[in-house]
Design a protein around this ligand. Structure first.
Ligand SMILES: [Fe+2]
Ligand SMILES: [Fe+2]
Length: 218
């Protein structure tokens, strides 16, 4: 999916709303794109006992929802970015996150499970948070990226440890995602992101726990 830069100064408010609504629908209705490289795609499907397969499907559904959130967050931040360079940085990052969305979607298809029914809520929530963070300036906005990627990287490690050798296909996807998230965090640091206050970090972590609890189940 190509996300077009949003020129907040030159477009009418209704056009911006329509563009953002279109982004949201594309993310929420994403279908696996097989023309893209997907880590582990050619690996053999592991023979998992049903409870294990269900558990891994739950973990991959969490990761899929996380990538829905990433799309919303970056789109919200790009919309409200103060300068064009920041906007372009965020749009590029969103495009890379879109690969992750595709990888998680492809794995959920293979495991035969649906994406989380709560995704529309998490998209709206993350879009609002991203817009708000960017409203306070690009340094805060990048700071938000740094903290988000740090928390995502650590939760990916938990899933990597949990899945281990049981499902090499999911493992391969998560390992590549983790490497990309670390890079995204470092790029945001280099771009001038500041460290967020601890209470904000705690709220972010709390919301992420709720998202994980719910998306694992439905
Ligand atoms: Fe990602
Ligand atoms: Fe990322």
């Amino acid at each position: 999916m190509n996300i077009k830069p949003i020129k907040a100064n030159n477009e009418s408010f209704s056009n911006l709303i329509m563009t953002e609504f279109d982004h949201m629908l594309k993310v929420l209705n994403h279908k696996t794109q097989f023309n893209q490289k997907i880590p582990g795609q050619k690996m053999q499907e592991p023979d998992l006992p049903a409870p294990k397969a269900q558990h891994i499907a739950g973990l991959m559904r969490i990761n899929h929802t996380g990538e829905v959130c990433a799309q919303a967050l970056y789109n919200g931040q790009a919309l409200m970015a103060k300068d064009e360079k920041t906007k372009q940085h965020l749009i590029k990052a969103a495009q890379e996150e879109h690969d992750h969305l595709n990888w998680c979607q492809s794995r959920l298809d293979e495991l035969g499970v649906q994406t989380s029914v709560t995704n529309p809520f998490w998209y709206a929530h993350s879009f609002a948070i991203g817009s708000l963070a960017a409203f306070f300036g690009d340094a805060i906005s990048y700071g938000f990226v740094i903290e988000t990627e740090k928390q995502v990287e650590s939760h990916l490690q938990e899933h990597i440890d949990d899945i281990g050798d049981d499902d090499p296909k999911s493992l391969k996807i998560l390992q590549q995602m983790q490497a990309d998230e670390i890079r995204h965090g470092n790029e945001a640091k280099d771009a001038g992101g500041v460290e967020l206050p601890d209470p904000i970090k705690r709220v972010m972590s709390g919301m992420s726990k709720i998202m994980k609890f719910v998306s694992y189940r439905v």
